[in-house]
Write a protein of this length. Structure first.
Length: 510
């Protein structure tokens, strides 16, 4: 093993040991299901903000997005623009209202439990359906994070992809299994900070090393003078159509339906802290998305050889390896920045594992199968679920050629279409009823599965035939179903309407 590999390995070991130590310490503070799933609703503004955004962005931010821009040009930045708009609206419009409503609605600890309490789902139909949707789409989402980890370890250490996949999954599994939500949020705070530092430092250094002849450096790597590589309205030299731009912007619609992000809003300890969190999160995501896009462009100029199509998602890794290549200390620092990529991966995978665990143990096992189960039993079921989900996601991610971008895209669309419209309607439209809620989740989730996976358009999937992102249509199909079904069925009972007004007039206790 070379000296450079040892230096990077030392950095990785230090980082991973810190994450596991946090899991062990958090385990001592985790005494109930509310502690395990929401950290006792005690998150401060910084931890809430950075953990929400770190769990959101995943390896996509440091691998998928820079890789797509590196290969195709800045036209691929429309997704980042859509995500920024979605983040802002989510924090400003959804966060406070959701936190209030989950407290008033019988102290709901999970999104499915909130739906059950909000609509008085006594037969627990909505609870079961929403829990199943979470498990199905989060399996794919978690697989995308594990695939990112496998590619990272394979690229950096030359380890076989499948062994690398196993290492990354094992570490995430350990601290999520031990410490629950508190461990996840604490590690996500550290990971979010590390991600931001890496996103800022690496492209700035690379740009400085390129020097004044940036256009010449791009030319040397296949970007001709006057090309459309730097245009927002071209991708791979072809005009980016209105349909494609709208599809990319539609990624922002997914935010209000992401359980692993929404649960952070529910866990903040006060509305005062939540207001601070909003500002911190919006600034963090603006800087991070811009820097990730810059990495794609600067990487194209800085790297001396053009990456193969199958390796474009490793552009950030390649930049770090080239910049920090001389001397043990410099290589160790580069290893820390590589840990930023690992941080992006882990911060999403751990959150997804925990949401799946809460859906199975709290929503399905406790609320449906065994209502008399005590906290200890529910915690044990949750930890077992974490293991099972991690193993299933590991199997989905087994193919080393699986695209991080595609896996994230499918899961994001499914969750955003199934839950996004219902979250908005349940918070702001009191006429929404139980049949409307069920129709919204089912129609949104099924639409994405049909659009993305069934070859019903001349042997192609509708997505392949049209290029329209399933979330763009699925969100509005779900919203339409909620509105139509709610208006054509019985109005909500008075108890529900009274609770809605209580949320409107909610005053937080000092």
């Amino acid at each position: 093993m070379s000296g450079s590999t040892i230096a990077i390995l030392v950095a990785f070991i230090c980082y991973l040991c810190l994450m596991i130590a946090i899991g062990i310490l958090s385990m001592k503070k985790t005494k109930s299901t509310e502690d395990y799933f929401l950290g006792g609703r005690g998150l401060n503004s910084w931890v809430a903000a950075l953990s929400a955004q770190a769990s959101d962005m995943s390896g996509w931010l440091l691998m998928g997005l820079p890789g797509s821009i590196y290969a195709a040009g800045t036209g691929k930045a429309w997704i980042a623009i859509g995500l920024f708009i979605g983040t802002v609206l989510n924090w400003l419009l959804i966060s406070k209202r959701l936190r209030r409503y989950t407290i008033v609605a019988n102290n709901s600890l999970t999104l499915p439990e909130f739906f059950q309490n909000r609509f008085r789902d006594r037969k627990k139909i909505l609870l079961g359906i929403s829990s199943a949707v979470i498990v199905i789409f989060f399996l794919v989402y978690t697989a995308s994070a594990l695939a990112s980890g496998g590619k990272l370890f394979h690229t950096v250490f030359g380890v076989d992809y499948h062994i690398a996949l196993l290492i990354g999954a094992a570490v995430i599994l350990v601290y999520t299994f031990l410490g629950g939500f508190l461990a996840v949020c604490t590690t996500d705070f550290i990971q979010g900070t590390l991600m931001l530092i890496g996103l800022l430092v690496v492209p700035i250094i690379a740009y400085a090393l390129v020097g004044n002849d940036f256009s010449g450096a791009l030319l040397a790597n296949g970007v001709a003078p006057g090309s459309d590589y730097m245009s927002l309205f071209y991708v791979n030299g072809e005009p980016y159509t209105f349909t494609q731009i709208i599809s990319d912007l539609a990624w922002g619609l997914g935010y209000c339906g992401m359980p692993h992000i929404l649960v952070r809003f529910m866990a903040v300890k006060s509305e005062k802290e939540l207001k601070k969190s909003s500002a911190i999160a919006i600034i963090w995501v603006a800087i991070s998305l811009f820097a990730a896009c810059a990495i794609g462009v600067i990487g194209r100029a800085y790297l001396s050889t053009v990456l193969a199509d199958s390796a474009t998602e490793t552009v950030f890794i390649s930049m770090i390896q080239k910049i920090f290549s001389n001397g043990f200390v410099m290589i160790f620092i580069g290893g820390i920045f590589l840990c930023g990529i690992l941080a992006a991966i882990m911060s999403t995978a751990d959150s997804q594992l925990l949401v799946c665990a809460s859906s199975v143990s709290k929503d399905i096992y406790k609320n449906i199968l065994k209502p008399d189960a005590d906290d200890k039993k529910v915690l044990n079921i949750s930890r077992i679920t974490v293991i099972v989900v991690a193993v299933l996601a590991f199997l989905i991610a087994w193919n080393p050629d699986s695209s991080i971008m595609d896996l994230v895209s499918d899961a994001w669309a499914g969750l955003g279409s199934a839950f996004g419209p219902l979250v908005v309607c349940s918070l702001f439209w009191k006429r929404t009823n139980l049949p409307g809620a069920v129709s919204g989740i089912v129609s949104g989730g099924l639409f994405v599965i049909i659009w993305d996976y069934l070859p019903i358009a001349g042997g192609q999937t509708p997505y392949a035939a049209t290029g329209i992102y399933s979330l763009l249509l699925g969100f509005f199909v779900s919203l339409l179903c909620i509105i139509v079904v709610s208006l054509t069925t019985k109005a909500p009972e008075q108890e529900i309407l009274t609770e809605f007004e209580l949320v409107n007039n909610y005053t937080e206790k000092e």
